[in-house]
Every structure is written in C-alpha cells, then in structure tokens.
Design a protein around this ligand. Sequence first.
Ligand code: SAH
Length: 219
Amino acid sequence: MKSDEALRLARGARALGLVLADAQVARLLDYLDALERWNRVVNLTAVRERGKMLGAHLLDSLAVVPHLAAISRLSDLGSGAGLPGIPIALARPDVRVRLVEAREKKARFLRHVVRDLALTNVEVFAGRAEALRAEHGEDVVVARALGRLAEIVRLAAPILAPHGRVLAMKGHLPQDELRELPAGWRLAAVHRIEVPDLRAERHLLVLEQSRPVADENGA
Ligand code: SAH
C-alpha cells in the first residue's frame, strides 16, 4: 500500500523536475497521514480521499519547488493545513518556511505537524497576515486559494524583501484579477503547470514589484 504511494509520489515529483530522496518521500507521506487523521475530526481541507490528496495537495504543492531557485526565506500566507508550505519545506530543507494561518484550529494542526515531523525549518505564525512585521524580508511569498491577486499582493507587500517575488497558485489564468493589480506590481512570468495525477488546469503566476527607473541604472 505505502510503497505504491511512495512510487506514485516519487514519479510524480520527477515529472515536475524534482528528485526526492526516499526519506523525503516517506516524510511527505507521514504528513499525508497526519492530514488524513486530523481531517476526520477537524475540517482542514475539502479533499478527503487519500488517493486524491496525493495529486491535489502534495504534487500540486511540490510543483512550486522548481520555481523557487536560490532563496532562503519563504512565507505561505493562508496556509490552511500547510499547503503548499509543508511540502515545500520538506522538499527544500535549506529554506526557512513560515506558515501563516489565521484560524486557530488549523494553526494547532500545523504546530502538531511541525513537532511530529521535526520540521526544524518551519515556523508557524497563528494570526492574520496583516499582523506580520517586515523583519528581514521574505524572498518569496506563496499563496494558494487565499484570495484575489490584488489581496495577495496587498498582504505580501509589507513583508517582502526588495527583490522579493509573489508566487500565486491559480487554476485558470485570472485575467480579470491581473487587471486589478495595484500600481507598482507587474506580472513577471506565468507557468502553466501539468500536475501529475491531477486533472485540472493549473497556473503559477510570478509577481514582482516594479523598480523605480533610477534603480535600473544602478543609481
Ligand atoms: N492554502 C491552503 C488553504 C486555503 S483556504 C490550501 O490551498 O489548501 C484559505 C486559508 O487562508 C484559510 O485557512 C483561512 O483561515 C486563511 N486566511 C484567510 N485570510 C487570511 C489572512 N488575512 N491571514 C492569514 N490567514 C488567512
């Protein structure tokens, strides 16, 4: 049973361009175990069927990883049950991942997983993203199913480093939401993503703050 799943997960990840160690695959499945167990009692995610969770949650989240490049700090805003933050943290132990979640019952699950899986590179912030302070500045802010793009960049702007990027995970390419982007933001890239085991249209949007002209001249 488990080994079939491990194979599916490793194959799916490889199709996304990710080579995972056996130990990483095992820990991703441990996370799925915890998610499945808690979901029976606490409403964490609408997708409850284990077979579907592998594609819809694990692989969908892992699809972001090849687009992260050399970064050291990432925040997942409105992380819910830890998606995409926890799979990212398991795939990239070198990145400090902060999971930001407003609802206490979900934050409680996140703290449980961090302890249980000994995720030393993950921090949980139980509260609203609006309450976050800048500190060092995030290299990447990622969000899945949090809200419209304008809302995501509004929440991301105060905590991003000057070079920081927003990675927004979306289904269809949201042209209407792109038109609503506030001034100073631009769409840097769009990746159409084929998630193995998930028959759904997926897009990853990369958003950046446009720099003042003086910066580009090195002034
Ligand atoms: N990213 C997860 C959860 C999506 S649901 C996934 O893709 O499965 C959106 C989550 O964002 C909810 O858990 C909600 O509690 C949280 N949320 C909404 N607004 C928020 C805010 N301003 N700050 C922090 N969390 C927020």
